[in-house]
Design a protein around this ligand. Structure first.
Ligand code: GTP
Ligand code: MG
Length: 359
């Protein structure tokens, strides 16, 4: 599962990426190339389970983060989307816009402005155009093909593509269109940009962190999308924090009036936006968070651990994390009746602790 950091140039993507991936670069070096790193998803629940089971190791869930070079000035002095940029964006399962609010005269914004809502709209509009032109071409091609041979499959596809086109034509992103499972499946190969799940991180000025609530409200008001997840953070503060030891971190956070690092929030949100959830396995060797999609069955979840567990699945022993933390042992969970045996079609819940019985 890959998450792309998307934005205009000098919005703080690489600084955020380096901090997430724990890459320490003393001097900021401009990089042309896109980069991918695997990053651990923090999970307090897993940390708590590790405390109880005291295993040899803890294995967190991971996601891949893709640092995409931002949109900048073209040779003609205009800010333009390039096909290389679009191809990089297409390559992700979900998008995180990194939007600039900080002032820094040394590194100018390509449009020479500080306008977070405007930058979000700029990206959304470009991606709408890209989808619109793709859908338009596809409609033309399908109509031609249908004239030659009126196959049912083509007629069905045309209906779905036309429904999508009508939606983007009203300047609405495809992620807000109601689509059933068949329609989603049909569209999945096309890498439509406004269909990709989206969250936004606004990179605030260090001094603006204290007013982050108001700033985000103002951005939301200008945008009129109610359901867009917008996280305030400061790439500069997060980077500085990541270099300090714990005691110094506490002092530093106090100074800026922040309670916790925003990185956890960004990673947890990414995970959520990607439609992912975790189940846990515990034992003497390791405590581990496994990544599954929502609505996975117990058998599918078993298959994520090992294909043999899928093929030879018998039953799953299940206790939810919240129940487990009340009793702190499987024996007590059994007494209390919160320990269950579930069959292969059981829908795994986020935070279930599983033990797979297999032959
Ligand atoms: N003052 C301040 N400067 C920042 C902040 N975030 C990033 N910068 C600076 O802005 C410059 C650009 O940051 P990058 O992280 O490279 O920006 P980018 O979004 O990766 O840019 P491209 O790769 O060109 O798209 C760097 O010199 C950063 O140090 C911030 O929160 N505050
Ligand atoms: Mg960069």
């Amino acid at each position: 599962m890959q998450l792309g950091l998307v934005g205009l140039q000098a919005s703080g993507k690489t600084l955020l990426f380096n901090t997430l991936a724990k890459i320490q670069e003393d001097e900021h070096t401009y990089r042309e190339e896109a980069r991918v790193e695997v990053v651990k998803v923090p999970d307090e629940r897993l940390d708590n389970l590790t405390q109880i089971f005291n295993p040899k190791k803890q294995v967190n869930a991971t996601i891949e983060i893709f640092d995409i070079p931002g949109v900048g000035l073209a040779d003609d002095g205009k800010v333009r989307i390039t096909s290389a940029f679009l191809n990089n964006v297409k390559n992700n399962d979900a998008l995180f816009y990194v939007i600039r609010q900080f002032e820094n005269a040394a590194v100018p914004h390509p449009l020479n402005r500080i306008d977070p809502a405007g930058d979000i709209e700029f990206l959304e509009t470009e991606f709408l155009f890209s989808d619109m032109s793709f859908l338009e071409n596809r409609i033309e091609k399908l109509k031609k093909d249908i004239q030659k041979r009126k196959e049912d499959k083509l007629v069905k596809e045309l209906a779905v593509i036309e429904k999508c086109f009508a939606h983007v034509n009203e300047e609405k992103p495809l992620r807000s269109l109601d689509l059933d499972e068949n329609e989603k499946k049909l569209l999945s190969g096309y890498q439509l940009l406004t269909l990709k799940p989206l969250a936004v991180a606004v990179n605030l000025d260090e001094n603006a962190i204290k007013n982050s609530g108001e700033i985000i409200d103002e951005i939301k008001k200008k945008l009129n999308y109610d359901d867009l997840e917008i996280i305030p953070f400061s790439a500069e503060i997060e980077y500085e924090l990541s270099k300090l030891d714990e005691d110094d971190q506490a002092v530093f956070m106090e100074e800026y009036g922040i309670k916790e690092s925003a990185l956890t929030k960004i990673l947890r949100t990414s995970y959520k936006v990607l439609g992912l959830q975790s189940f846990f396995t515990v034992g003497e060797d390791e405590t581990r968070a496994w990544t599954i999609k929502k609505n996975y069955t117990a058998q599918q979840a078993a298959g994520v651990i090992h294909t043999d567990f899928y093929n030879k699945f018998i039953r799953a022993e299940v206790v939810h994390y919240d129940d487990f933390m009340k009793y702190k042992s499987f024996a007590k969970c059994k007494e209390a009746g919160v320990w269950r045996l579930e069959g292969k079609d059981y829908i795994v819940q986020d935070g279930d602790i599983l033990n797979i019985r297999h032959s």
